[in-house]
Write a protein that binds this ligand. Sequence first.
Ligand code: ADP
Ligand code: MG
Length: 572
Amino acid sequence: MLKRFFSYYIPYKKLFILDFSCAVIAALLELAFPLAVHRVVDDLLPSSNWSWIIWGCVSLLGIYIISAALHFVVTYWGHKLGINIESDMRKDLFTHVQKLSFRFFDNNKTGHLVSRMTNDLMDIGEIAHHGPEDLFIAIMTLTGAFAIMFSINWQLAVLTFIVVPLIISLSLYFSKKMSIAFRRFFADIADFNARVENNVSGMRVVQAFANEEHEIAQFNENNGRFRDSKLIAYRIMAWNSSISYILMKIVTLFVLLCGAWFVINKDMTNGEFIAFVLLSNVFLGPIKQINGVIEMYPKGIAGFKRFVEMLETAPDVADAKDAIAVQHLEGNINYQDVSFGYEGKENVLETINLTIRAGETVALVGPSGAGKTTICSLLPRFYDINSGSVLIDGIETRQMTLASLRSQIGIVQQDVFLFDGTIRENIAYGKLGASEEDIWEAARRAQLEDVILAQSEGLDTLIGERGVKMSGGQKQRLSIARMFLKNPSILILDEATSALDTETEAAIQQALTDLSKGRTTLVIAHRLATIKNADRIVVVTEDGIVEQGSHHELLAVKGAYHRLHEAQFSSR
Ligand code: ADP
Ligand code: MG
C-alpha cells in the first residue's frame, strides 16, 4: 500500500524536492537560533560592544527573512504537491469507476461512491504533503537539538530526552485507536451521503406520500451516527493532545529547574542555560510535528485504504487480452446454450438457444420477470454469462472489445435516463461531436423537431436533472433521437413505449419503426400491433424460450402464446 502511495509522487519529483529542501533549510535555521542566542549572551554581552550586537541582530533579521520566504514555499508549493496528488488519486478512482460493471452498480449505493470520491480523499493531500516531510524534519531537528544539547551539557540532555520515546509511543497508541475510529467515521459519512442522495432524488415520491417526517427520522438516525463517530475520533484526539501537552510542559519545567541548578553550581553559563531552554522548546516542535503526523495519518490512511479497496475492485466484465475491435457488425445473433443468473438469483436463464438473422425484427413476449430484459442485457455484455456463448456474426462477444461491441448496439428502454443539460447535449450523447445538421436530422426523425422549435431556447433548452422538465413522450423521443445519431446495427427496444399513453405511443411507434429499419431489432413489447409486425415472435417464460413463430402460427399451437394473448390482448 505504501508503494502505491509513493508512486503518486513520481510526476511531482521536482516539486517534492523543492518543498522538501526548503523545509529542511527552514528547520536548520530554526535550530541555529538558540546557538546564536547562546553566543550573544556569553560572548557579545560581556564585551559590551554595541556594533557587534547590532550586527548580530541584522544578520538575525536576514535569517528571519530567508526563513519567511522558505515558509512561503513550503506552505504554497508543499500544498500544491498535496493537492496535485489528491486530484490524481481522484482521477484514477473516477476512471476506474467508469470500467466497473453493472453487477457492481447493482450492489453499491450511489451515495457511497460519491463519498469515496470526495470525502475519503480529502485528507490524503495533507498527508502527502506533510507526512514524509514532517517526519524527516522532526527526526532531523530532534537529532540536531539532541546533539547540540549533548555538547552543552550531556547529563541534562540525556535526562531531557528520556521523555521523547514516551510521548511518541503514547501517540502511536492513540493513533491506532483513532485509525479505527476514522474508518468507522468514513463508513458513516458514506451512509449519510447515500441517505441524502436517496432522499433528494426520490423527493417527488417522498412528498407525494407525505412521508417527510419518516424521512427526517431516518435522516436523524444517520446524522446521529455520523456525529457520534466523529465525536469518538475527536475524544481520542483530545486525550492525545492533552496528555502530550502536559508531558512536554513538564519537560520544559524540568529543564528550567535542572538548568537553574547547574547554573547556580557554575556548571553552566547563562548563555548555555538560555540555549538549553530554547532548544528544549525547539525539540518540542518536532514532537508536536510527529504527533500531528500521527494524528493526521489515521484519517488520511483510513480514506486511502478505502480508495485502494475500490481501485482493487476488478470489473467483472472486461476486455479479453486478445480482444478485437470489430469495425462493423451485420447483426446475426446467436445465443448458444446460454445460462445466466444474478447474485442471489442463480437460475434466471438456463440453456437458452436463440438465433436471429441480420435485419430481422424479433419480438420477445412473456410474463413479467421471465427474463426478457436479461436476455437483451447479455448482448452488449452488461453481464457475463455463466456458460454457453453469445455470438454476433459468428464471433463470440467475449472476443470483441467492449467499446466496439457496444458501439454497435443501441438500447431504448422504458425509463429513459437523460443527463442534466441541454436538449442538444442529450441528443449528441449518441455521437459526441455530432454536427448541428446531424442533430436536427436525428430530432426530425425522432419527431422531436416540433417540440424543440416550441421551446424559446431551442436546442439549448435545459431539461433538468434526469429530464424532469420534459414529458414522458418527449423524453422517449429524445432517447430515440440519440439512437438515430448512434446508428447501431443492432437495436433493442425494451418496452420503449409501455410507460406512455396510447396516443403518444402511437406517435412514437412511427419513429421506432423508422429507427429499426435496416437493423437487427429485438423488441420487448406488450402492444399487439408491434408484436404482430415482428418477423418472428419468441415466447419467454420462467421455463426459458418455449415457443417461436409468427402470430398466427403461435395462436394455432394454443400454447403459452395463446394463453398470453387471451390474458393480455383480448380486452383491447
Ligand atoms: P423481464 O424483462 O422478462 O420482465 P427481467 O429480465 O427483468 O424480466 O428479470 C428476470 C429475473 O431476474 C427477475 O426475477 C428479476 O427479479 C431478476 N433480476 C433482474 N435484474 C436483476 C438484477 N440486476 N439483479 C438481480 N436480479 C435481477
Ligand atoms: Mg423487462
